[in-house]
Design a protein around this ligand. Sequence first.
Ligand code: HEC
Ligand code: HEC
Ligand code: HEC
Length: 445
Amino acid sequence: MTRAALTARSLRNVKRLHRTLRLVGSSLWLALGMIVCSPTVAAGNETALRVRGPAPLELVRSAAPASWQRQKVDSQGSSWPQTDWAGYNTLTTLATPPGNGAIHLVTPIEGDAAKGRQLAFDRTRGGSCVACHVMGKDTPPQPGNVGPDLSLVGATRSDEWLFNYVYDPRTFNPGSIMPPWGAHRLFNIVEIRDIVAFLKTLKVLHTFGDAQENPDLRTPPKETRDNLDPTENPAMFALDRGKELFVRASAQGKSCASCHAAPESTMKSWAAQMPRYEVRLNKVLGVEEFITRHARATTGAELPMQEADNVALSVYLHHLSNGAVIRPDLSSPGARKAAASGRALMQRKLGQLNMACVDCHTREKHAFKWARGQYLVESRGTIAHFPTWRTSRGDIWDIRKRFQWCNVSVRANDLPPDAREYGDIEMALAEINKGEKISSPGIRH
Ligand code: HEC
Ligand code: HEC
Ligand code: HEC
């Protein structure tokens, strides 16, 4: 047959298929699309139809590792806290007791200022007050500035006011980012009296010898390492591994490459359009969960989220999209609902420390300030480099592990990586990051 005849025949095929489609309706079309329009055929045979069907997905099982529980250690041994904070809000449950007003104590409060000073600087009790405040001449290194400088607070506030503020700042400021130290049992009443006694000693403005110690003047960190240089970014090894996995045959003899012959051309912006709302799951699907479900349905390989092979394939698929502009598809009602849910979840106070994503990651609240020696970044600019190498953890984190850590770091129970709520937040963040260019794998502190 000549090329023209071939084209004519495939046109007739398209017309015939369209007639059939009108007859059989859309649900059957979905099934047909998967069989008729598989990319194997498209790659190997010019006459085939190039209609894209939906990607096959396994829809029933969890995409998290079997019997998921919180990460214990990162690959190089940095541990994760294992406390169960079931009494406080998570992204799935509302459990935090409401702020119930202050306990009014008889003044003056007799406390032990030396003990109070020790407690205020104790990093194991929710991060220490110095995580957010400058506190006079004894201020330990690298204080934060999320809260006001307290160096003069002993001269300006009464004992009772201080006690009540530290016990539960919500009494005075319902949206406070400061943890309710007493109401959430981070310190008991005797300890808070001691802390107040210490606060009462703070009466002299603190001056910094070294500008870098002053959180208002300290230089923000700037990532300057070349993320695509394997000598700088160990995540580049995962890229090699991801490429190998793409062509490696599964026990069923199939690899990703069996159906996708040229990912460098066909997938060069795919990850930039993720996550997406997946109607068959009625939830948002990110790259990593897609890998698990699509592999089960095609190659038969078991690639649970956050295990090394899944992360490696995610690095590869993101890397293929480098330079592509993030543009989530918000055209469906499902996608818009998910993004709205994500935005609402980012406002929710979480954990024993009672902090919301927006408290740390928006300029209206405390972004661009220092907390616990870390510089708080705004949500825009935070997702294009995932999955990302974390030097301080010696591990590659996908975006969901970052969410899990930001949960655990405010003493909130984290969720399995395939949780609907993380999908909603990922969608909301993709919307906030629209127009940013994928640059993956990233590298961060
Ligand atoms: C996560 C950051 C954070 C931590 C940690 C923190 N604070 Fe605060 N604190 C704040 C912020 C922000 C304010 C400003 C008012 C507000 O938002 O409630 C504040 C206000 C205060 C005030 C009121 C100051 C004034 O005169 O208005 C006191 C007192 C105080 N904090 C004491 C403490 C003590 C004591 C600790 C440690 C037990 C502590 N803070 C830990 C964030 C923090
Ligand atoms: C048996 C054939 C087959 C195999 C094997 C296969 N895929 Fe697919 N893949 C498909 C089909 C069919 C689609 C949907 C049509 C399209 O997008 O081209 C698809 C779509 C995709 C897409 C675009 C998805 C979307 O809809 O959002 C990506 C990315 C992808 N596959 C990656 C992979 C990876 C990674 C592997 C290996 C784990 C793999 N595929 C294995 C058949 C296969
Ligand atoms: C107590 C403050 C705090 C809260 C609350 C918080 N984060 Fe974070 N977050 C951080 C810090 C600190 C970092 C590390 C910043 C860096 O990499 O320099 C971070 C990093 C991130 C990053 C990656 C930034 C990057 O460029 O690598 C994302 C995404 C993120 N957080 C999302 C969230 C989400 C979603 C929530 C709510 C579930 C949340 N965070 C709650 C402090 C917080």
